[in-house]
Design a protein around this ligand. Sequence first.
Ligand SMILES: [Zn+2]
Length: 289
Amino acid sequence: MVDTHALTIDVEHWYDATLAARPPRVDPSHAERELDSILALLERHGAHATFFVLGSLAEDLPQCVRRIAAAGHEVACHGLTHELLWQLGPARLRAEAGRARALLQDLSGQEVAGFRAPTWSLDRRTPWAPATLLALGFSYDASVFPLRTPLYGAPGAPTSPYLLAGGGGSILELPPAVLEMGPLRLPVAGGIYWRVLPAGIVSLALRGQSPRVLYAHPWEAAPAGWSLPRSTGLSARFAMRFGRGHLAKVLDRLLATVRLVSIAEAYENLVRDELRTWSLDAAAITDGS
Ligand SMILES: [Zn+2]
């Protein structure tokens, strides 16, 4: 039987990414061309995905959200401005994610169930986040990166679906895929990791696994020849360009060998009562009952 995994696409301007550091001035319509490119790729393969859309991009380019929904994909929320959660705090997250979710629901005609924090910025610095997301009406989160990196991460967090507790609430958490080798965890879920890892490692890590969460950005998968404006700094230029062709190859290989679906479809039979709980307050695991 063919393995099934959840593909997620973070829809933002490439200069919104933390890696860009200092955004240059650029025509924002590039995001529409990059989105069209990945929508066409998924259509060719009959694949579906969950698109975590940044609210500010939906305000600038509302047609992008309509196009994602019309193609049968799940629309979810990537916050409003790409500011990190521990910088936002609970009151601004409530205001901004609430505004973004309402807009995305309006444009897509879907109930927006999922949230992904910009740059995986939901971790022990934001123990209030699960309760805040629940109060906003989200039913799942896909933001906790279960290993430490220089920019983000929650080492020790579970690597398969669980209930993330904090602030007096618990929300379904769907973590990005990692390859576990004894005590070591290797990130294999997408993005920068797909730009540096051999495609075979990614395939091997996913083979025979229950559905895992994968991710990419439309600008990473856009065709070669796409150019950066002159005002882009050297480090941002490197971060944005490095390995992009390789990521497209990894994605092509997965599209040809596994079934890629939205989060809603991949996890529709998940039984919440059977999941363990991991708390941001105490970082403790308890078994589901
Ligand atoms: Zn992002």
